[in-house]
Design a protein around this ligand. Sequence first.
Ligand SMILES: Cc1cc2nc3c(=O)[nH]c(=O)nc-3n(C[C@H](O)[C@H](O)[C@H](O)COP(=O)(O)OP(=O)(O)OC[C@H]3O[C@@H](n4cnc5c(N)ncnc54)[C@H](O)[C@@H]3O)c2cc1C
Length: 341
Amino acid sequence: MIQPVQTDADLRHLNTLHLPAHAARLQPVDDASDLPTLTQAARDAGGPVLVLGGGSNIVFGRNVDGTVLHMRTLGIDLLAQSGNDVLVSVAAGENWHDWVARALAHGWHGLENLALIPGTVGAAPVQNIGAYGVELIDRLDHVDAWDMTDRRWLRLSADECRAGYRDSVFKHELAQRAIITRVAFRLTTEARVRCDYADLQRELSSRGVTQVTPQHVFDAVCAVRRAKLPDPAVLGNAGSFFRNPVLPAADAARLLAAHPDAAHYPAAHGAVKVAAAWLIDQCGWKGARRGDAGVHDRQALVLVNHGEASAADLLGLAADIQASVQARFGVTLEPEPLILR
Ligand SMILES: Cc1cc2nc3c(=O)[nH]c(=O)nc-3n(C[C@H](O)[C@H](O)[C@H](O)COP(=O)(O)OP(=O)(O)OC[C@H]3O[C@@H](n4cnc5c(N)ncnc54)[C@H](O)[C@@H]3O)c2cc1C
């Protein structure tokens, strides 16, 4: 049954930065097969349509003068199993971390490194979530979606999602157009692990783990994340506020000649990914606070809402951080979350 639309809906509890904002209409989506009807109704009502999952990668800089479709669809289906390979389809509204934990409990391995990332399964392909050496694309088989513009169902292969570093086709041609309804994962029952990431290795060795299992990786990732990142339920935040800048080789060489201690990693085609947290920290922002908007004291990449920060407070702070990094290092920082200005 289609839930009633809520008018002038408060979105503060639906975004992890806890920013005050309202939606002209808030429509829960509990069944993907209702999307043709619900998207038509949203169009007829006027204004933009925004798809919302857990609100953990979005900055409500203004009210939404249209309809927010809140994805709450649930369901996990094993589509196929052959030898060690499993193909599992998960509904968009499932909580990401709960799905990772359930996959592990089933003995379906491959997602452990992505434990404890907030948000929904349906949003994961949008920015090709990644952590501790694994990205969604490494485990993705296909994505099902409803195309609001052409009004038809889509199935995109992993290649067609055109995933990049915190990027995909859903941020470009299919932005404000494709509503992801299900994500299908290719996992394995083998106890294969990926634990070459430095923080993870440190945590595993501090626990005295030698024969590393997927469960060890899951536990270690959760521990590292809990130690480093603020829990949005306690301190409002949207995770990394900026993407790590990827510099062409020549620009990176110039930066590293002047700052040999800058944290950096190799990227595709000879480019270099520089740690945005290092750049921000060097500019003295870690732990800074302006009113209720601030920079987290353990992770300079995370902007926080200490209570009553407005979007203007937070975006003003972000702009000043960008300006100081630009002035000192000549590097442009791009925001990671979707910002509604
Ligand atoms: C503490 C913290 C830690 C984080 N750590 C990481 C990390 O390690 N790695 C990482 O990659 N990210 C991280 N994030 C960011 C965030 O968790 C992910 O981007 C997550 O996938 C967002 O999910 P969501 O459901 O909250 O999306 P939302 O914030 O609701 O939406 C984000 C974007 O996706 C779109 N969207 C949402 N659902 C759908 C759908 N079903 N179909 C189409 N479009 C949709 C929205 O319109 C919006 O553009 C972190 C965030 C926090 C708060």
